[in-house]
Design a protein around this ligand. Structure first.
Ligand code: FCB
Length: 497
């Protein structure tokens, strides 16, 4: 393990411990001591909710004609119906049912019950005026064990969903893999096993043939980096492994799976567009020292270039390969021709932006901005501008869609039943403005999907963090449009702020 990585792991463990403590003592969202004063209103939701519901003043900030506004979800986080219609088990079923893994022992067994309530949720999307809906397809609904004959009832569900979107004039955007790997494939080695990438391509082919005529945009793998880091280094996501050597081999196989799926779409004759969904973190030196600059460069390699260079330039970044070392499982696992597959031309890049990273000379991380309830998220809208312009500068004018950006808030319905999430409105407004500025500076950004449409199962945090525009009362499964949802509807109508 490299020095940088070792330090980073220690730092990360310390941050997590702090966050867990903060959440338990109700201090989440407070500012760490010594951070610089924020330039934006604290988007965290510990600010007192404003009671006014007056429409916002028009700031005259318009997005280009045809700009697409949407919202995003993922299968395991909202669907529930874990054992219905032939669905198999995924690694997240196993993980969430393992005691001690998820806050409060929550699972995705029922979640927001979207599998049964999708028609009502589609109506909500129409009422919001969404142009696009990004959802994910659950692999174990399509192939219970991750291979072989598809489960028609699983495909039918997504067919109904996609048809329902078209009926309401909402464009479907489907992610093929949002972390719910069939458990049977995990038992055979999961993403450490190169064969899983081949299975993924077969699954993708099944889905393309069933839905390819109705889905204009496909995303391959959601945030490969999160699987690598949370699933295989820190182990607080499924499959809960802590093995850096395995982690970067997984990074390679996930990218191989991405490339094979791109090729499968082309081979199926599908006319839809396809691209990767990457969570990108702008990395900044914590101070002016040359050590911080060097450490930041390597961080950027692990956070961003490891996934961007391979897909858009056909080569892994040399500094990361050097840091991993020639004997690492990843470096040994890359075969001739793999990078050619991984760099199969894509039609668009999906960017998910939540937080910047500040790196010290010794490879540690520091916070500069207030965090949200999610301790890893520093609220810094400028980071959105920086990452979008950087991608365009370094990788060319590939069309970009933002497929995730959002904020968790401790939302509670007030006495009048309304949910006044003023902090989320501030957060989104500032990030929309940053994206608008990036477009003005030449970024070919075509759409923006807020994370998330609905409150949902936030992985290791269970149901405690609420990220939705729409509040879900899990006991009754009642949906309530939060203030941010009403506000977002106005943004969409106006095509701007
Ligand atoms: C992203 C995930 C998404 C959700 C948000 C908050 O990393 O893709 O499922 O958990 O974070």
């Amino acid at each position: 393990m490299s020095l940088l990585t070792r330090r980073r792991l220690l730092r990360r463990a310390a941050l997590s411990a702090t966050a867990a403590g903060a959440a338990r003592t109700g201090l989440a969202g407070t500012t760490a001591a010594g951070i610089a004063a924020p330039t934006v209103a604290l988007g965290g939701c510990d600010s007192p909710p404003e009671r006014t519901t007056d429409p916002e003043p028009d700031r005259g900030l318009r997005f280009p004609d045809g700009f697409v506004w949407g919202a995003a979800t993922s299968a395991y986080q909202i669907e529930g119906a874990a054992k219905e219609d032939g669905r198999g088990e995924s690694v997240w079923d196993t993980f969430s049912h393992t005691p001690g893994r998820i806050r409060n022992g929550d699972t995705g067994d029922v979640a927001a019950d979207h599998y049964h309530r999708y028609a009502q949720d589609l109506d909500l999307m129409r009422d919001l005026g969404l142009h696009s809906y990004r959802f994910s397809i659950s692999w174990p609904r399509i192939q219970a064990d991750g291979s072989g004959r598809p489960n028609q009832r699983g495909l039918d569900f997504y067919r109904r969903l996609v048809d329902g979107l078209h009926e309401r004039d909402i464009a479907p955007m489907a992610t093929l893999f949002h972390w719910d790997l069939p458990q049977a494939l995990q038992d055979a080695g999961g993403w450490e096993n190169r064969d899983t990438a081949e299975r993924f391509a077969e699954y993708a082919d099944v889905v393309f043939r069933a839905l390819g005529d109705r889905v204009p945009v496909w995303l391959t793998i959601n945030e490969p980096k999160t699987v690598v880091q949370n699933g295989y280094i820190w182990g607080h996501h499924a499959p809960g492994i802590r093995d850096e050597g395995a982690a970067y081999l997984v990074a390679h196989h996930l990218q191989l799976a991405h490339g094979l799926a791109v090729q499968a779409l082309r081979a199926s004759g599908g006319t839809g567009r396809i691209g990767p969904a990457l969570n990108l973190h702008p990395c900044y030196p914590a101070d002016d020292s040359p050590e911080s600059a060097a450490a930041t460069r390597l961080y950027d390699g692990y956070e961003n270039r490891l996934y961007l260079d391979s897909i858009f330039k056909g080569a892994y970044p040399q500094d990361v390969l050097d840091d991993l070392g020639p004997d690492s499982r990843m470096v040994r696992g890359v075969r001739d021709g793999d990078l050619k597959i991984i760099s199969s031309p894509v039609d668009l890049l999906a960017v998910q932006y939540y937080t910047p990273i500040y790196v010290t000379g010794d490879g540690g991380m520091v916070r500069k901005w207030p965090t949200s309830e999610a301790e890893w998220q520093q609220i810094y809208p400028e980071g959105m501008y920086d990452i979008l312009t950087r991608v365009t500068r370094d990788y060319g004018r590939v069309p970009i869609t933002i497929t995730e950006n959002g904020l968790p808030c401790p939302d509670v319905p007030g006495p009048d039943g309304n949910v006044d999430d003023a902090g989320r409105v501030t957060f989104l407004r500032d990030h929309f403005a940053a994206a608008h500025r990036a477009i003005g500076d030449g970024v070919p950004l075509e759409s923006y999907h807020v994370w998330s449409l609905l409150d949902n199962f936030e992985w290791a945090e269970g149901y405690e963090q609420r990220w939705g525009l729409v509040y879900v009362d899990y006991a009754s499964q009642r949906r309530v449009l939060k203030r941010s949802a009403h506000w977002y509807r106005d943004v969409i109508r106006r095509n701007g702020l």
